[in-house]
Design a protein. Structure first.
Length: 190
């Protein structure tokens, strides 16, 4: 269970920091005057510390909340075996539903904010007449890198929700895709 705690904590921290980077780029493009006051070194350290503390506290719920309330299968949950007592009922998994709603909102929100940021960068460069210069290419490269990180995370959440909601063996393809996407996202984030 310690492996599960560490894995989910690191996954959550990674996702939260991607959202913070996306917001950082968004503020830098849309509000360049207030950027220096919002993202000071002290504030950035505070944001990272809060992300780490929040994700570790959320991952600790695996130890505190019974697994039948969380809604995950005793054998599979993100490829981590968690102990449930035998014969425990599985009511409507409110914990899992809330978990995936939050994950979908974060991933889709990050991708949407990246698209808005790219649109603003293109509009600024078009007004300046510097379309397709080196700075524009750098900004597009940052966007592509962010999208390359956020899209696999969204696909991972989709396949994770499909495989964790099912207790049958006919979703093995989803479980394999989920595992491969999780490792791919880990590789990209490293």
């Amino acid at each position: 269970m310690i492996v599960g705690f560490v894995a989910y904590s690191l996954m959550g921290i990674s996702c939260a920091l991607h959202v913070q980077l996306t917001l950082n780029r968004f503020v830098a493009v849309y509000f360049p005057i207030s950027y220096a006051t919002v993202f000071t070194k002290k504030n950035c350290k505070y944001i990272v510390a809060m992300d780490v503390a929040m994700m570790m506290s959320l991952a600790s719920l695996f130890y505190l909340v019974p697994c039948n309330v969380m809604g995950y299968s005793p054998s599979y949950h993100g490829f981590i075996i968690l102990a449930c007592r035998d014969g425990s009922d599985r009511p409507f998994p409110i914990g899992t539903v809330l978990n995936f709603i939050c994950q979908y909102a974060l991933c889709i929100g990050a991708i949407s904010i990246d698209c808005l940021t790219l649109f603003k960068i293109a509009m600024i460069d078009r007004k300046k007449g510097k379309f397709k210069d080196e700075k524009y290419n750098r900004n597009v490269r940052f966007f592509a890198q962010s999208a390359f990180q956020n899209v696999p995370m969204l696909l991972n959440v989709i396949f994770l929700s499909i495989s964790n909601y099912s207790t049958s063996d006919d979703v093995q393809v989803h479980r394999v895709l989920n595992f491969l996407l999780a490792r791919f996202a880990d590789f990209i984030n490293a």
